[in-house]
Design a protein around this ligand. Sequence first.
Ligand code: NAD
Length: 353
Amino acid sequence: MGKVKIGIIGAGSISQFHIHGYQQLPDVELTAVCDINEERAKLAAEKYGIPHVFTDFNEMLKSVELDGVSVCTWNNAHAPASIAALKAGVNVLCEKPMAMNAGQAEEMLKVSKETGKLLMIGFVKRFEDKTQLVKKLADNGEFGDIYYAKIGYTRRRGNPGGWFSNRELSGGGPLIDLGVHVIDLVRYVMGKPKAVSAYGNTFNKIASRTDIVQTGDYKAASNQGEDINNVEDAAVGVINFDNGATVTLETSWVQHVKEGQTYLELYGSKAGISLEPKVEISGEKDGMMIDWAPVVSFNDDFQTIFDREVAHYVDCIKNGTICRNPAEDGVEVMKILDAVYESAETKKDVKIK
Ligand SMILES: NC(=O)c1ccc[n+]([C@@H]2O[C@H](COP(=O)([O-])OP(=O)(O)OC[C@H]3O[C@@H](n4cnc5c(N)ncnc54)[C@H](O)[C@@H]3O)[C@@H](O)[C@H]2O)c1
């Protein structure tokens, strides 16, 4: 195989992090970029020296030969763009959330199996060194049976703007945007147990006020759809797994919380562990309670983890390496998100198949 030819679908904020990752790899050629906003696609092409520009991903897939694409569009285009690429014989790295709902995600997985092409999901936090360390410790049985976890990703004012709060384009608010990261991480570290039910609630008490100013660092490039805010400000949930474990979840874009937090705490029969915001372990030794933490400085900054994710994707394409983020995991996470949203509407515990 010569150079791996890559196309970018969706040239907004997150695509820059993918592009940087590809640029670090000598065996990759950034061949084409596509955005429904032509100006944005052209800007990316000029800035990064990408020769072919498109405004329609079907045209791109017909016109240029590609080995892989990064799907970095609004959530509503993840399924159509990924399916079109897979059907054209092109591998896909699709941003999180995998799709708008589990039905779409299952269809994407089906097409990936039928075509034999890779569908990798952008669960980028799996590429943090601290995640890999904790995963290794969990797999080695250091924590015993993990029976309970608490996960949260909250922001005081952190709606990224634009399409993010428009349900037609996003599928939901902080639950599908931020919750997805910690739900995936906790499943991953716990050894991917199967979710069997969820109870949840969502709230929309603050963000639809027009005087709320969002102060988060991350901003969508496009302001399309920003006149509509019909998603939740915050969500909570309780998720039960087939191994008897329970996970509690909270997430928000807008909440009167002093400081937003990302936390992920797992409790096992041998030890408890915090993965987020930092790695700390509480256990026992020789009949004593002990706390310990690894003495390493993790290099897990935002760009670095994208560089690792993209390098892994290219390695999978080039060398057939087993994918760390397979589409099956994306489907399972979408089922959990769907169940929490459904429970918020029905006020009932929702079974997950
Ligand atoms: N992994 C992470 O940590 C992380 C962080 C931020 C965003 N994301 C995800 O990345 C995706 C993009 O988010 P963003 O912040 O870059 O948004 P953005 O608005 O900055 O960029 C999205 C781009 O996609 C384009 N687009 C929309 N539909 C398209 C289509 N059918 N064909 C081609 N282009 C299309 C838009 O015009 C826009 O330029 C979202 O799914 C988001 O959830 C992931």
